[in-house]
Ligand binder design. Structure first.
Ligand code: PLP
Length: 354
C-alpha cells in the first residue's frame, strides 16, 4: 500500500477512483461518461447535483452562484480583476506566497493593485496580521492556504470591502462562512476532483458593475446565464468531482472531515516538534493543516530519510524547491493511518541516527 502525501493533482479516495473508472466504461446504458452529450438530461443532472452538493456542503447562502469553469485557479488570477476591478479603482492584495504573487502579477496587467502586506522577506513563513485595507478598495484578495510554504489563514481578514479568496488547497477541508466572501475560487485538484475543473462561488450582486468589456469565456455573468455550459464543460472532471462530493457527504460533510484534518495535522506537528531530527518551517499559529512543511536539523540526513520513507510506501513528501526539506500534503482523502505510518518512519529514523 502506498501512502500518498503528494501535493496533487487530484488525491481522491480509492472508492471514488473505482467508480470513476467504471463510468468511463459504462455510465449509462453501455455508454461512457466521456461520450454522452453534455446536453443530455443525464449530464445536466450531474451538473445540477454537483452544484447542489457544493451549496449543501459549504452552506452557500442565497444570492451566490456556483460555477464549474476551466483554466485552473491561474485563470481566475485574471478573471477576478476583469470582472470586479473597474477603471480608476484599486484592488488590495495580501502577498503570502507564490500563488498570491502570481495573482498580483496578473491583476497588475489589468488595473491598479495595492499590495497591503507581504511576508516575502521571510520566504513566506507566516501570515501577515498587521495591515489596513483602504475602504475604497474594489476588493481584498488573499490565498487561504499557501500550498508551497505551508501556512494557512485561521482568521480571515475583517473588512467591509468584498473579500476574494483563492481557496484552491483548503476548500472542503474546514467549515467557514461563505457569506463573508464576495468571491471564492479553487482549482478543483486538491479536495474536489481532477485537474481541469475550477470552482467559483460568487455573490451575484457584485457582477456587471465595472463597465469593463469582458470576452464571453472570461465573463462570470455569461457562465451563470448558461448554467456553466457556455461551451463544452470538462465533463469527466465534473463527474469525478460529483463522486468525490458524494463521498464527502457520506463521511458526514465538511465538519466531520475537518475533525479528521485537525487530528491528522496535530499528530504530525507533534512528532515534528518532539523529534530532535526535524523542525517545522512556519510560524506555529499559521501552520497549515493541508500542507505540512518541515526540514531536518542536519540537511545531510534528508536523502537517507527520504529513502527510508519510500521503503515504507511513503511517497510525495519531497519539499517544493523554494522551501526544500519535506512537505507532507494531507488532503481529505489521506487517512490517519498514513499519517501514523509517516510518524513511525520518523521515529525509526531518529532511533537509527541517535
Ligand atoms: N492557488 C493555489 C493556492 C494553488 O495551490 C495552486 C496550485 O497548486 C494554484 C493556485 C494554481 O492552480 P492551477 O494549477 O489550477 O492554475
Amino acid at each position: 500500500m502506498k501512502h500518498n502525501f503528494g501535493a496533487g493533482p487530484c488525491i481522491l479516495p480509492q472508492e471514488v477512483f473505482k467508480q470513476a473508472a467504471q463510468a468511463v466504461l459504462d455510465f449509462n446504458d453501455g455508454l461512457s461518461i466521456l461520450e454522452i452529450s453534455h446536453r443530455t438530461t443525464e449530464f445536466e443532472a450531474v451538473v445540477a447535483e454537483a452544484e447542489k452538493l457544493v451549496k449543501e456542503l459549504l452552506n452557500v447562502p442565497a444570492g451566490y452562484s456556483v460555477l464549474f469553469l476551466q483554466g485552473g485557479a491561474s485563470l481566475q488570477f485574471a478573471m477576478v480583476p476583469m470582472n470586479l476591478l473597474g477603471e480608476g479603482q484599486t484592488a488590495s492584495y495580501l502577498d503570502t506566497g507564490v500563488w498570491a504573487s502570481k495573482a498580483i502579477k496578473e491583476a497588475k496587467m489589468l488595473g491598479n493593485v495595492n499590495v497591503i502586506a507581504s511576508s516575502k522577506e521571510s520566504n513566506y513563513t507566516y501570515i501577515p496580521k498587521e495591515y489596513a485595507v483602504p475602504s475604497d478598495s474594489a476588493y481584498l484578495h488573499f490565498t487561504s492556504n499557501n500550498t508551497i510554504y505551508g501556512t494557512e489563514y485561521f482568521e480571515f481578514p475583517e473588512t467591509a470591502v468584498p473579500l476574494v479568496c483563492d481557496m484552491s488547497s483548503d476548500i472542503m477541508s474546514r467549515v467557514f462562512d461563505v457569506s463573508k466572501f464576495g468571491l471564492i475560487y479553487a482549482g478543483a485538484q486538491k479536495n474536489i476532483g481532477p485537474a481541469g475543473l475550477t470552482i467559483v462561488i460568487v455573490k451575484d450582486e457584485l457582477l456587471g458593475k465595472t463597465g469593463n468589456k469582458i470576452p464571453s469565456m472570461l465573463d462570470y455573468k455569461q457562465h451563470i446565464a448558461n448554467g456553466s455550459m457556455y461551451n463544452t464543460p470538462p465533463v469527466f472532471s465534473i463527474y469525478v468531482a460529483l463522486l468525490n462530493l458524494r463521498w464527502l457527504r457520506s463521511k458526514g460533510g465538511v465538519a466531520e472531515i475537518e475533525k479528521e484534518n485537525i487530528a491528522k495535522a496535530a499528530a504530525l506537528y507533534a512528532e515534528i516538534d518532539r523529534n530532535p531530527l526535524f523542525k517545522g518551517t512556519c510560524a506555529v499559529e499559521d501552520r497549515s493543516r493541508m500542507n505540512i512543511t518541515f526540514v531536518m536539523e542536519n540537511p545531510e540526513l534528508e536523502k537517507p530519510f527520504l529513502k527510508l520513507a519510500e521503503e515504507h510506501g511513503i511517497v510525495g513528501i519531497k519539499g517544493h524547491r523554494s522551501v526544500g526539506g519535506f512537505r507532507a500534503s494531507m488532503y481529505n482523502a489521506l487517512s490517519i493511518t498514513s499519517v501514523h505510518a509517516l510518524i513511525e518512519v520518523m521515529q525509526i529514523f531518529a532511533e537509527k541516527n541517535k
